[in-house]
Design a binder for this molecule. Structure first.
Ligand code: CTP
Ligand code: CA
Length: 228
């Protein structure tokens, strides 16, 4: 039994989690990045460990202590994250894409620092990054693998979330409402978890560990029968 009599319902399972935010270099000192702290992904790792899982944590630019017992793999860019994920997803029972993956990267990275010329900077040309969640959902590292995405939405959060769930093809999509000091870099998180079967589970504002446990509560019944 893990934690206060809760069952170790992820015992014998391998879960792969991405956390943080990727950085796409412009030159040796500059990058395109985002505000993800990695706290939600690290909370997912800590709670999965407490529920008995073997945890692989692909961590992009996170300044947090590594969860004891997890295999932590540091990555920088979206393409590094994709490679680290695909190298580990083959035997994962569940993959949770909590990382904020940069949608675009500079077409080229300057080898030297770009200097001021007094004539204004040259535009930074961008190209789209690979969509890791889309690929994971389509390919599934193993039969019955549960794939979970995260989305931060504004405006019509539910409609945007439903459309994204369908487009991505994942089993669960954790939709955060963002803006006004919510979600990014804060302790608390408020979300609705949409499932491919049409269900929606609201999770009230609370610590990121609580949202993480609610996500695992929804993952566990969807897992393929355990290997014997
Ligand atoms: N994601 C990914 N690879 C990318 C972009 C996003 O795997 N290149 C994953 C994220 O980790 C997250 C989910 O997809 O789990 C949703 O990310 P989000 O940015 O909300 O979706 P996008 O498809 O990038 O759409 P948008 O244009 O709204 O940013
Ligand atoms: Ca995006």
């Amino acid at each position: 039994l893990a934690r206060g009599g809760l069952p170790a319902d992820l015992a014998g399972r391998h879960v792969l989690i991405t956390a943080g935010g990727t950085r796409e270099p412009i030159d040796p000192v500059r990058f395109i990045g985002n505000r993800s702290s990695g706290r939600q992904g690290y909370a997912l790792a800590a709670t999965a460990l407490a529920r008995g899982a073997r945890v692989s944590l692909v961590s992009a630019n996170v300044a947090l202590p590594p969860p004891a017992g997890a295999e932590v793999v540091g990555v920088g860019t979206a393409r590094e994250l994709r490679d680290a994920v695909l190298a580990r997803s083959g035997d994962a029972d569940a993959v949770v894409m909590a990382a904020a993956v940069a949608d675009f990267r500079p077409t080229e990275t300057a080898t030297g620092k770009i200097k001021k010329t007094g004539e204004g900077p040259a535009p930074v040309e961008l190209v789209e990054n690979p969509d890791v969640l889309l690929r994971l959902s389509a390919e599934r590292g193993r039969p019955g693998q549960v794939v979970v995405g995260f989305a931060a939405e504004t405006d019509d959060v539910l409609a945007n979330g439903r459309a994204k769930l369908r487009r991505k093809g994942c089993d669960l999509l954790v939709v955060n409402q963002v803006g006004e000091g919510r979600a990014f870099g804060t302790e608390d998180n408020q979300a609705v978890v949409l499932a491919a079967d049409g269900s929606a589970t609201e999770v009230g504002s609370g610590p990121k560990e609580d949202l993480a446990d609610r996500v695992w509560d929804l993952v566990v019944p969807r897992l393929a029968p355990a290997d014997t």
